[in-house]
Design a protein around this ligand. Structure first.
Ligand code: SAM
Length: 334
């Protein structure tokens, strides 16, 4: 079954060798207008400068829209993906925006600490950020760039690290190779809500004892055959949920989200807003729950501005079908 070398690093090298000059795949920014309107509604004094943070720069759509809106706006943007950062730096130089935007390479879970130790001027002079945005998950680039291993539609090494230069992060292939049957089942069930999680985990453990599972196609093939015949050709590909689950596990997506929200609210100035776009119910539940619990604290004064999440219009979904599951929730520091 394995069409690739039996070692993930050799496998990655083989693919990267052919993709050294790869281009960042276009990303359509979801709920762009709605998001920017929420973030900038209180930033309308022409004599004042406002600082925003975009913690998921991606293709830069939201950051650039903020900068376009007013010359009084500055943005500190963050991404952990080397491709997004390289592409972003290129755009910033090309557009002559380097005076107004700073692009940082880091996991957003470290942003709070970074600001506290390095950027105190924003906190001291401006009282904090006017707006912070998180547009969660992966970008179209991750799915469309074959070598990254996020998509079951393309044969590639099972990598799935957003920060694929950090070799201390276990890849999806590492998890598939080392996690116990119970752990795999838990990952698929918890992060993918996969109903055949147990069966798939069992098959993986059985299969890996005779030949390593290193590629997206190896895994896709196993999952496909674990699905009962009548469910194999439904509207959703059988691999969708397990691939989502593995990606969440590899990048610790839910943990970094939960631990970051309270810290980020503390970086807002009075009237500043945190806007979070999520793409599946696991993330949305976390955002909703943490917003609610912070709004009940006595020592922090906030207002939830989206009683119900804002979702894309039919028109946006027609233009970009990947936006269909997006939900935007916004909270304001009073
Ligand atoms: C949905 S895309 C953002 C798209 C962007 N808003 C735009 O308009 O082009 C999410 C981006 O966030 C990055 N990302 C996800 N989780 C992250 C984290 N914990 N720390 C830093 N960057 C992260 C991903 O690498 C990806 O580039």
């Amino acid at each position: 079954m394995a069409k690739y070398p039996q070692n993930i690093n050799k496998c990655l090298k083989l693919f990267w060798g052919n993709h050294l000059n790869q281009v960042y795949k276009p990303h359509y920014s979801v709920l762009k207008k709605e998001c920017i309107d929420f973030l900038t509604e209180n930033a309308n004094d022409p004599n004042q400068n406002y600082c925003f943070a975009d913690l998921t720069f991606g293709g830069g759509g939201h950051s650039l829209e903020l900068l376009k809106k007013s010359s009084n706006f500055q943005v500190i943007s963050v991404d952990q993906d080397p491709d997004a950062l390289k592409n972003g730096q290129h755009i910033i130089e090309q557009e002559g925006l380097s005076e107004r935007i700073t692009l940082l390479s880091m996991n957003f879970s470290k942003f709070w600490e970074h600001v506290k130790s390095n950027n105190n001027a924003i906190l001291k002079d401006q009282g904090g950020f006017q707006g912070i945005l998180m547009d969660l998950g992966v970008s179209s680039h991750h799915f469309d760039e074959d070598v990254r291993g996020f998509s079951f539609k393309k044969a590639a090494p099972l990598d799935m690290r957003m920060n694929n230069l950090d070799n201390s992060i276990p890849t999806a292939a590492d998890i598939i190779a080392k996690a116990s049957e119970e752990e795999l089942s838990e990952i698929f069930f918890r992060y993918g809500e996969e109903r055949f999680a147990g069966r798939i985990a069992k098959k993986i453990v059985e299969q890996r004892s005779s030949s390593p599972i290193l590629t997206t196609s190896d895994l896709e093939n196993i999952i496909f055959h674990c699905y009962p015949k009548k469910f194999r050709y439904g509207r959703t590909n059988p691999s969708t949920k397990c691939f989502q689950a593995l990606r969440i596990a590899v990048n610790s997506e839910l943990d970094v989200l939960s631990s970051s929200i309270p810290n980020l609210i503390s970086l807002l100035k009075s009237g500043g807003r945190l806007a979070i776009i999520s793409f599946h119910s696991l993330e949305d539940r976390i955002v909703k729950k943490i917003y609610k619990s912070i709004s009940q604290l006595d020592n922090v004064s906030v207002k939830i501005l989206t009683k119900k999440p804002v979702v894309p219009s039919e028109e946006e979904i027609t233009i970009n079908s990947r936006s269909r599951s997006a939900k935007l929730r916004v909270i304001e520091k009073l």
